[in-house]
Design a protein around this ligand. Structure first.
Ligand SMILES: [Zn+2]
Length: 444
């Protein structure tokens, strides 16, 4: 028996950008038919008159381990924020606090229609992230975050990092019907040795994995990379043979004309996080210039500690508005932003053949929205209605891999009440543990 979604306005994001009122038939985890008047006999029917179906949203840069640090350390720039708060907090996670953080993040992401994520994992207890992604029903790529140089307190041995990464890849990559995948996660140039990058490159080739990292987020970071390596971030990746369509770089704010050419030539994916870039006062990435050069751009909310939400609607809206301020009102369209949140995300994850659009044979990852709300009517352009006036409260049902993960705005695989209670408990326990530890900041 299939699942038949009837009579909704379907925004396909297919190559023709077809939009029509019709039906979608889902059998097992894929779309087996999409069109008009699909025969209904033998299927479970959902009448969706007046509702809108879009491809599931894809957030290509998140840190689930930081969700528990929401609304802390709000007035610092990147490097100080990382050293003083984020790294100590990430390292102070135990299994319970990490689980609470990950569940809280996944709950928020699913409720706002995010069906796929690329997560930069944690240095410890990475298995919990995979386990919780699997349980939640989300499509998730993650990997243990790797740091083997720089700050003495947080770095780990290169061989140890590689051995542990291989163990995790072999256990989790392509598990749960392919819904869970491994993505290598060297944090950024300042925290990874040349030897580690070399090993990462080898693993990427051996297991066919994407490489998820940060680059050119902050001017001081850019300068430090230049001092340390003699190269800018992008030059460093090119010279170390890491530049390819498998490389996914969060931010890319501070890039020269020459570096922009490198992004384009090597088809590197830019993971744009507008809220985080504004909140950490990092800068505004030259997204219209990237798009002009054919560089793939996708969206992410980064971590709840620097955003402070994980809401794709916030990111879409800001991705457009900050460019309007920077480069003029016509610099980026609502459709271009919607592409970043769907097909652009799929391309970053290397999954364009499976997700990011709705069509026959594609994975059944989709969002059912009710746009007939006081904050989102009237409208004459559906993309503008979603990108400029849409909110997560428009999201009614969410499906991943053919299964409802949110139905009638309720999580299907988690208890929202329990997640909230657990998050409050675990942050208190974590703070108590921190206060008794001299290595961690007293301000918290
Ligand atoms: Zn990040």
């Amino acid at each position: 028996m299939g699942i038949l979604l009837q009579n909704a306005l379907i925004i396909t994001q297919n190559p023709n950008n077809d939009i029509f009122t019709g039906d979608i038939l889902i059998e097992r985890n894929v779309i087996s038919q999409i069109g008009h008047n699909i025969a209904s006999s033998g299927h479970q029917i959902y009448q969706l008159d007046g509702l809108v179906i879009t491809p599931g949203f894809i957030q290509s840069h998140v840190h689930l381990c930081q969700t528990l640090f929401r609304n802390l350390s709000d007035e610092l720039e990147l490097l100080e924020w990382l050293e003083k708060y984020i790294w100590p907090l990430e390292m102070s996670h135990n299994e319970n606090s990490l689980q609470a953080s990950v569940q809280l993040g996944l709950a928020e992401l699913l409720l706002n229609g995010t069906t796929s994520i690329l997560d930069m994992g944690n240095a410890r207890y990475q298995e919990i992230i995979f386990q919780e992604m699997a349980t939640s029903g989300i499509r998730g790529l993650s990997g243990m975050v790797m740091m083997d140089t720089g700050n003495q307190e947080y770095k780990q041995g290169t061989d140890q990092l590689i051995d542990r990464t291989i163990e995790l890849i072999e256990k989790w990559h392509n598990g749960h019907n392919g819904r869970i995948q491994y993505a290598l996660a060297p944090r950024f140039v300042l925290s990874c040795s040349p030897k580690l990058w070399k090993e990462v490159k080898k693993l990427s080739e051996k297991y066919n994995l994407i490489i998820h990292s940060h680059s050119s987020e902050n001017q001081k970071e850019w300068q430090q990379v230049k001092q340390l390596t003699g190269y800018s971030n992008l030059e460093y990746f090119v010279r170390n043979n890491l530049a390819s369509s498998k490389l996914c770089l969060a931010h890319c704010i501070w890039v020269s004309e020459q570096e922009m050419q490198m992004l384009s030539e090597y088809q590197i994916n830019v993971l744009h996080c507008p809220s985080a870039n504004l909140k950490l006062a990092s800068g505004v990435a030259p997204i219209p210039e990237f798009l002009e050069k054919g560089i793939n751009v996708s969206l992410g909310s980064d971590g709840a500690a620097c955003n402070n939400n994980l809401d794709i609607f916030n990111e879409m809206r800001l991705a457009s508005f900050i460019q309007k301020l920077r480069s003029g009102v016509t610099s980026i369209s609502a459709k271009a932003v919607f592409d970043m949140a769907t097909s652009g995300g799929a391309k970053s994850l290397g999954l364009s053949d499976q997700i990011g659009s709705l069509g026959k044979g594609k994975k059944a990852d989709l969002v059912v929205m009710d746009l007939n709300k006081v904050h989102s009517i009237p409208a004459d352009d559906i993309y503008a209605q979603i990108v400029f006036s849409g909110k997560s409260s428009n999201v009614r049902h969410v499906m991943v891999d053919g299964k409802w993960v949110v139905y009638d705005q309720k999580l299907q695989n988690f208890s929202e009440k329990q997640i909230i209670e657990n998050a409050w408990n675990q942050i208190q326990i974590l703070f108590a543990r921190q206060k008794s530890s001299s290595e961690l900041p007293k301000e918290v």
